[in-house]
Design a protein around this ligand. Structure first.
Ligand code: EPU
Length: 430
């Protein structure tokens, strides 16, 4: 068993480099399936979700060559197989992008239902609604989602999404780039990674217009050819380190970011009395005084991101007064609250609302990450806490944060990875 051990209470000082965006990478890797030639993908984050997706492409028959730490060449032109191996795909939420990409490339896809973080029900009905509107039959049997374009190729059409969904918007884009005719997605999501996927596909020859607005038009083309593309910096990784500095105090330059993507996070930190100074491709975050309470409501972009909700909660636990967080995207994203309470936080949850009474400090405890962003928030709480915090189940955190221990150690945090004998295995052996 591997855990993080953090001796908290130290302010952070120095510089942190932000990696490529996870939620762009997990769509762009499946998008390589649509490309007839070699695509070079740069600025890939080194995280387990990326490794898993590259392994899935290899299992399907792709040629994947590592160029350097953050760059791979992917050639999917020889793939003839549209059935995704079960064991790998179930470990990751983003495996659903393989449905859109395989449908676009072959007119058929067999993909196991997605895994990933558990925030209550995570339906994909809007993805399926889109595929069906484009002429596919979709059903679930034998533990697989089977999708097949009834006339062998996806057909362009107009699709109105009933819910603003990142996944459905990107999946329909993937199914549409090689479709026959024009696809129009209305009420589309506008997150930076949607624009990034569109830019990747356009750089390979697709014709996508309007990504970043709520109407996206995709004119189907016959073929995508290879090219080179560099993934945008990770908005949520940057936001996580911004909130870490807010919680611990100190001064850190967070480099290789697009400050515009961080405005929703910056605005909240400014309200809380944290200094944030925007540079061209960096933000300087400084906290010297006390934190002020505020309210946060998570919303689709450009609203405050749900993927920053647990991290901002960690900071609000240390602010003077009462703060209210309203979760506007997921049904069940307060599962970390019990662990925060073990560290001295005062939080009441009622459905999608959490009421936080600020406390003077967190105290170190033994806790367990329950999902990716909750785990990151626990690291933040541990960094700010008095005493020692041990965080288990860190595989959740490593799904989405490249080198988090090295990056935090580099700005003065006392955080270590500790490997202890697996108690369950020992019990079995004994
Ligand atoms: N929804 C439906 N039907 C659908 C799709 C979504 O009802 O067909 C609902 C969901 O239940 C949720 C809301 O719509 O209540 C938004 O879901 P969305 O589809 O936007 O989420 P997602 O695509 O499954 C991605 C990120 C999540 C992030 C959300 C929201 C990936 C792989 N995942 O999920 O990221 O929380 O968008 O921004 O891109 C994370 O990185 O920690 C993470 C969970």
């Amino acid at each position: 068993m591997t855990k993080y051990v953090i001796h908290g209470g130290k302010p952070l000082f120095g510089e942190i480099d932000i990696s490529g965006a996870k939620n762009a990478a997990v769509a762009i890797i499946p998008a390589a399936l649509l490309v007839d030639g070699v695509c070079r993908i740069e600025n890939l984050p080194q995280i387990s979700d990326v490794t898993l997706l590259l392994n899935i492409l290899q299992e399907l028959g792709a040629d994947v060559r590592t160029v350097n730490r953050t760059t791979v060449d992917v050639d999917c032109s020889h793939i003839r197989n549209a059935r995704v191996p079960e064991e790998l795909a179930r470990k990751i939420r983003a495996s659903y992008y393989l449905i859109g990409a395989l449908l676009g490339r072959f007119g058929s896809a067999e993909v196991p239902p997605p895994g990933g973080c558990d925030f209550g029900g995570r339906p994909i009905d809007q993805h399926i609604k889109g595929f069906v509107a484009m002429g596919a039959n979709v059903d679930v049997r034998g533990g697989y989602i089977h999708a097949k374009a009834s006339n062998g190729r996806m057909m362009g059409t107009q699709i109105y999404l009933d819910i603003v969904s990142v996944g459905a918007t990107m999946n329909i884009m993937l199914a549409a780039v090689l479709a026959d005719g024009m696809t129009i997605i209305e009420n589309a999501a506008k997150e930076p990674h949607i624009v990034d996927l569109a830019n990747f596909l356009n750089s390979m020859g697709a014709e996508i217009m309007g990504a970043g607005t709520d109407v996206i038009k995709i004119r189907g083309v016959e073929r995508l050819t290879g090219g080179t593309y560099s993934i945008i910096p990770d908005q949520i990784e940057a936001g996580t380190y911004m909130t870490a500095v807010a919680a611990t105090g100190g001064e850190v330059l967070i480099k290789n970011v697009i400050p515009k993507h961080l405005e929703c996070i910056t605005a909240k930190l400014l309200e809380m009395g944290v200094d944030v100074e925007e540079r061209d491709d960096a933000v300087l975050v400084r906290r010297t005084g006390k934190l002020t309470r505020t309210n946060v409501k998570t919303l689709p972009y450009p609203g405050f991101p749900t993927d920053m909700q647990p991290q901002i909660a960690a900071v609000l636990c240390l602010a003077e007064g009462t703060s209210v967080i309203t979760e506007g995207v997921w049904d069940n994203r307060f599962r970390y609250v019990d662990e925060f309470r073990r560290m001295g936080a005062q939080i009441q949850v009622d459905g999608k609302i959490a009421v936080i009474e600020g406390v003077e400090k967190f105290t170190g405890a033994r806790i367990q990450a329950c999902d990716l962003r909750a785990g990151a928030a626990m690291v933040i709480a541990g960094l700010a806490a008095q005493g020692t915090t041990e965080i288990g189940h860190i595989h959740h955190i490593e799904r989405g944060y490249e080198d988090i221990v090295r990056k935090l150690s580099g700005v003065g945090a006392d955080i270590r990875v500790v490997v202890t004998p697996d108690e369950d295995k020992q019990a079995q052996v004994g």
